[in-house]
Design a protein around this ligand. Structure first.
Ligand SMILES: [Zn+2]
Length: 224
């Protein structure tokens, strides 16, 4: 018997079926302007609210469809559009710095693609430079960019890793994300204390000693 689509979604539940490292986007994703998208989402969201029985003539609710639409396009999901990708200029490694550089406690402010609910936490990123180095704030900007899409944490971790590996021309990058998912704490299992950790790495970080050096440095700084 063929199951209908809703039954299948229910069955999959909260399992993370990640298809690829790339965010699944349609070919025509950016043909419409941001303004056009805001206008359309505003109309759709108004319908959702009306379907829920809300009275949109109320002063407090009347502006919500527009606010949500603008927030989706310009803030929460600005990272979908490649045009918003930060420019990652690299510099010659003039100091000949060849050891680990760690940028830790980068704020993660994302949303899960299964429920459109917030994912919040921190990313810790390290790399061992080759001939190129990168401005520190660029790592934060890159994390921000990939976080501002409907995401799954595993994919977010890989997207940051692969981009930095390419930009820095080295495999030796590690990305660790610790985050809380509102879809776990405020619905479903309703567990407010659990958090999710993902770690992706390559190059020298394949060696347990190098990975431990990274983890030990994080622990010390966090006072744990
Ligand atoms: Zn979710």
């Amino acid at each position: 018997m063929k199951k209908n689509k809703t039954a299948l979604i229910e069955e999959i539940g909260d399992m993370h079926l990640s298809s690829s490292v790339e965010t699944p986007l349609r070919d025509d994703a950016f043909i419409k302007s941001d303004e056009e998208k805001i206008k359309n989402i505003q109309a759709h969201f108004k319908q959702i609210m009306e379907e829920l029985g809300l009275d949109l003539t109320d002063d407090s609710l009347s502006g919500t469809p527009y606010r949500v639409a603008k927030m989706y396009v310009k803030e929460l999901f600005y990272g979908l559009n490649p045009i918003n990708k930060p420019k990652l200029s690299t510099f010659q490694n003039k100091y000949g710095y060849k050891k680990m550089l760690i940028e830790q406690n980068i704020t993660i402010d994302s949303a899960c693609e299964h429920h459109f609910l917030p994912i919040t936490g921190h990313a810790h990123v390290a790399y061992i430079p080759n001939e190129r180095v990168i401005g520190l704030s660029k790592i934060n900007r890159l994390v921000n960019y990939y976080a501002h899409r409907p995401q799954v944490q595993e994919r977010l971790c890989k997207q940051i890793l692969e981009d930095l590996q390419k930009t820095l021309n080295t495999r030796s990058v590690i990305v660790m994300i610790t985050a809380k998912h509102l879809c776990v704490s405020s619905r479903g299992i309703k567990d407010i204390s659990s958090s999710t950790i993902t770690i992706e790495y390559g190059g020298d970080f394949e060696k347990p000693a190098t990975r431990n050096e990274f983890l030990n440095a994080l622990n010390k700084e966090n006072g744990e």
